[in-house]
Design a protein around this ligand. Structure first.
Ligand code: F6R
Length: 610
């Protein structure tokens, strides 16, 4: 999604802005631009395409100035074009604005501003912000921004500058992330921490409705009622290297390989091996309330939703508490039934900034529900607004396709299931011990899969030329099949669908031919034979069948065309292993098709608009 950067200080701002925007490229974008303020002039350069297109336009010439704002845009209102790119200016060219989010009432505002004589040149919702600020400006930028946002409905992270006040940038947020990096005699603004990490680790993480006046030597922050507040400094404790490729060709591959340490990190300090107990010290939800839960609602989007599907099986099995899993974009617009006394809402979000997930969370809270967040980003909106948080310690995930975040979200599901089971005493010590021991083996078992990538490349060679592929499985295997299917389509653009294996013959079997490979996941012992029968059904329709299964199922070799064996662990833990070959398969298939693996078309990393 869109990215914002800003700089005010004594250095030339343009190179700093471009460098910051490069760190945000992973979020996905289709155009970029910068605005520099110098000697009573605002100079704006923008370009459709990638940052190198903007750099080409700048070609050796950098607009001069030590105050500037920059933006990468992911089109929502108006197609990608130079004119629709940010920064946007007002009629007088005195104001420049960059904005992430959506101004919902922009048409109404545009109509009103036009009737006041404002002339618009883009199709964007953002341009109204520049004209609004211009409209209200009477010598005080902070006041003009305040008045402008009082008219606005929607979400925004916005940075504004004017040549009437050359000593400041004013920025504000509502439902879209914004951070200010604190330097000595200089300050940085960004929509995401990696953009400023080369310069500082000291940050202010802006909260909704806060407005900041950012000057060389000072940052003043005001809350929604206009009161100046003392914000605590948030020190970022991960480094830039963690957000770089480290010799891998793609972030996605690097992140797949980082899964063993990410799992260890997420388990660290949470498994008390001596007493076979789970320690979730950050959980502040009361034990009595958790013991008496009658339902858990897991709400999330995309891959995080798929982690929730595994979570349903796991938590229900371990605790016997019913779990509903729902897409945040659906949940937020229906009338969900949540009993504040006996239900818990769990939101799962890698970024902690996904607009639909945040809205679902707010809706739940407005109904009085307690919210537990599973997120990877400390300081994210989700983490700050939840009643309790389980952090997944996967480290920064840069590739658009989520891999290590998913696997650590699964770990969080196991920890949470075990934690409630412990409170409810729904598992014996022996059962708890078995699962904890099983979990501790997972990092080395994932490593073992990572050492067999050539086998997965072989399978990718079959798959990459196909137009369609089906993923099938039952129970937990079906939950993983759904993630495998999403991964393949999002980065290789091969049409893939996942089906509960038993459901095929209720319609979809009609589509199975020799041109539609079927990938079957079979690890659950109680339903192995059932899925095997479904494999026979697709084989009888000449499908090329790939099985991902356990070594102990060797007899499958006579039934299918290719097999990938995953190491054996408890049935309940198998999703942590079976997803890895599916991630690698999508990676290699995408590579063979020449796709932009880390930045798939039309997609963005952090979906901060609905
Ligand atoms: C797919 C993927 C997306 C995200 C989804 C939710 O690989 O990454 O489907 O899972 O956009 O994002 P978060 O987890 O940040 O809320």
């Amino acid at each position: 999604m869109c990215g914002i950067v800003g700089y005010i200080g004594t250095q030339q701002a343009c190179p700093i802005l471009i460098e910051g925007l490069k760190k945000l490229e992973y979020r996905g974008y289709d155009s970029a631009g910068v605005a520099l303020l110098n000697g009573g002039n605002i100079e704006i350069v923008k370009s459709v395409g990638r940052l190198h297109d903007l750099e080409k336009k700048l070609n050796g010439y950098s607009p001069w100035g030590s105050i500037g704002i920059g933006h990468t845009r992911w089109a929502t209102h108006g197609r990608p074009s130079d004119v629709n790119s940010h920064p946007h200016k007002a009629c007088s060219s005195d104001f420049a604005v960059v904005h992430n989010g959506i101004i919902e009432n922009y048409l109404q505002l545009k109509g009103w501003l036009a009737s006041e004589g404002h002339i618009f040149c883009s199709e964007t919702d953002t341009e109204v912000l520049a004209h609004l600020v211009e409209n209200f400006y009477q010598g005080d930028l902070l006041e003009a921004v305040r008045k402008a946002i009082s008219k606005v409905e929607g979400s925004y992270a916005m940075a504004v500058m004017t040549d009437q006040e050359e000593d400041k940038i004013v920025c504000v947020r509502k439902e879209s992330p914004l951070v200010i990096g604190l330097g000595k005699g200089e300050q940085f603004i960004a929509s995401d921490i990696p953009a400023i990490l080369n310069h500082t680790r000291k940050t202010y993480i802006m909260d909704d409705h806060e407005i900041a006046v950012v000057e060389n030597e000072d940052v003043s922050i005001f809350n929604g009622t206009g009161k100046k507040i003392n914000k605590s400094v948030f020190n970022v404790n991960w480094d830039q290297q963690a957000a770089e490729k480290d010799g891998f060709d793609h972030f996605m591959l690097k992140e797949i390989y980082e899964q063993p340490p990410a799992i260890k990190e997420t388990l660290k300090g949470r498994l008390d091996i001596e007493n076979y107990r789970i320690q979730l010290n950050d959980i502040t939800l009361e034990a009595e309330y958790l013991k008496n839960l009658s339902k858990i609602n897991i709400v999330a989007c995309g891959t995080a939703y798929h982690a929730g599907l595994v979570g349903k099986h796991v938590i229900e099995k371990l605790t016997r508490i019913p779990v509903e899993v729902e897409l945040a974009s659906e949940y937020r617009y229906r009338d969900p039934i949540v009993d504040p006394e006996r239900n818990l809402v769990m939101v799962v979000s890698q970024s902690g900034e996904t607009a639909d997930t945040l809205a679902a969370m707010k809706l739940s809270k407005s109904m009085g529900a307690k919210v537990l967040a599973v997120t990877n980003v400390v300081g994210s909106s989700v983490s700050r607004e939840a009643d309790s948080v389980i952090y997944t310690w996967a480290g920064p995930e840069i590739a658009v396709a989520s891999t290590k975040a998913y696997i650590t979200q699964l770990v969080a599901m196991y920890l949470w299931g075990l934690y409630i089971a412990q409170l409810k005493e729904s598992l014996s010590q022996k059962e708890t011990k078995e699962i904890m021991d099983g979990l501790r083996c997972i990092p080395s078992q994932v490593q073992c899969i990572l050492e067999q990538t050539s086998k997965i490349e072989d399978i990718a060679r079959v798959v990459y030329q196909k137009d369609d592929l089906f993923f099938i499985g039952r129970g937990l295997d079906y939950a993983v099949a759904q993630e495998g299917s999403l991964k393949l389509k999002e980065i290789s653009y091969i049409h893939a669908e996942s089906y509960a294996a038993g459901e095929l013959k209720h319609g979809t079997l009609a589509l199975v031919t020799e041109d539609t490979p079927v990938l079957a996941v079979l690890t659950q012992k109680n339903i192995y034979e059932k899925t095997l029968s479904n494999i026979k059904e697709v084989k009888a329709r000449d499908a090329y069948v790939i099985a991902v299964t356990l070594k102990s199922n060797k007899s499958i070799e006579t039934e299918v065309d290719k097999v990938f064996y995953v190491p054996e662990n408890l049935d309940i833990l198998m999703p942590l292993l079976t997803v890895v070959p599916l991630q690698l398969l999508s990676y290699y298939a995408a590579l063979m098709r020449g796709c932009d693996v880390d930045k798939p078309r039309n997609l963005a990393k952090s979906v901060t608009v609905e």
